[in-house]
Design a protein around this ligand. Sequence first.
Ligand code: COA
Ligand code: ZN
Length: 311
Amino acid sequence: MREKAFVREVGPRDGIQMVKIILPTAQKLAWCRGAAQAGIRDIEVTSFVPPKVIPQFADAEDVARGALTIEGLRPSVLVPNLRGAERAFALDLPLVNYVLSASEEHNLANVRRSTEDSLQDFARIAAVRDQRAGRRVALGAGVATAFGCTISGAVSEARVVEIAVRLAGMGADEIIIADTVGYADPGQVRRLMSNVIAAVSPLPVICHFHDTRGLGLANVTAALEAGVRGFDASLAGLGGCPFAPGATGNIDTEDTVFLLEQLGFDTGADVEQLVALRREVESWLPGERFSGAIARAGLPKTYRTPAKAAA
Ligand code: COA
Ligand code: ZN
């Protein structure tokens, strides 16, 4: 039995926040369906922000509702505030991911309040969640700009750990540590992720890396060494925060699955099917910048997919 590690596809959320085209709802759902068919169980399918802030997500309810009908999928959504969380609760989504920033300056630019105010907002969201009848909604709590900020520069590692501990204490079910602007390096990742994991144990801790400076997959390897077993990624390496100057794409989904499988982890995902889906997604987004090495070079002949390995 190989140890499991998972890749969460965030393309339909992070991946399309900055693209020029507004994708039709049907294509967003085809993306989710294709990823699920390729073995990706976790997908962040949309973002519950005001349409005037990011027009791409004006159809968020329709996408979330559609994603809930896809077999084998555990859809999640991003929310920046209580209002967004209430929209997600109304649809009874199984997982809702909140985001705040460790950098005060980025938090102000992104959600127009202090980090402390965002922490208080999370406490209110958790209280509303706890009072709901029916199925318990899991809350993911994301700490953006955890490795540095393009607006303010260095971010204190002690502050990131402190924020993670407070989110855990307020009722988060998982912590997501995000390198929003691609500043992280493997040494920093190994150190910070070890400290966060130790501080919030036994809560699961997930990493969200951007490959802006080419260290995305090196950072995945470092996070694995620290004990992280879940990673956000986007097909074709799309992605970026519109409120973080200089932000570019997430780590590429197919390459991340390839890396994890090569290191002996079971992701449940099929790289070739993901590459085929990525070609389709690329055709919907003319003029965008795509990245990813496996889509360019192909899998090595020595690659053994789980199915082939078992045969
Ligand atoms: N969904 C829909 N509408 C919302 C909303 C949400 N999540 N949050 C607020 N609104 C509405 C309010 O009801 C209000 O509507 P009204 O003008 O009709 O009364 C209006 O938007 C302004 O609300 P307010 O609370 O003053 O928000 P704001 O203007 O201070 O903006 C955020 C705060 C958090 C909503 C906004 O900064 C945001 O969406 N940021 C997210 C940015 C992002 O997605 N970044 C990338 C991912 S990290
Ligand atoms: Zn991101």
